[in-house]
Design a binder for this molecule. Sequence first.
Ligand SMILES: [Zn+2]
Length: 163
Amino acid sequence: MTQDWHTPGHASFASSHAGKKPFETTQLAYGTQVLWPDHCVQGSEDAALLKDLKLPTAQLIIRKGFHKDVDSYSTFEEADRKTSTGLGPYLKARGVDTVFLTGLATDFCVLWSAVDARKLGFTTYVIEDATRAIDLNGSLAAAWKQMTEAGVKRIQSGDIQVA
Ligand SMILES: [Zn+2]
């Protein structure tokens, strides 16, 4: 599982940049950053996993975006494209070769995670109806194009049979 786990005043928050509004962009050390409403501050209710989420077999929670000046859409690598979260080596050490992605948001965190999963050599599925998009200026269509080109497989929850 993953959790956005931001510091107060995180660089990805519009409120941290004078005169900026949510969904505008700014330049950070690693490139263009979309600015978001304040969200998922460490330890807050907003950052908590949904209490109705039942995943008793989950063994690891990746908390991401906890470096104040670096966002992390991907669960594999932070937005500076240098800092690993450790998830890729963790999965490989445990013999995992296939990744199924769900959650928020299709065109940001799911997109970046799916493309990184392919870069790391995982067979990668996005379960479309278990994700929701932001769809900012056509970002959803662009995300599917990018994921398809990266070899990500697009499936629906009904395509999965639970043994
Ligand atoms: Zn975030």
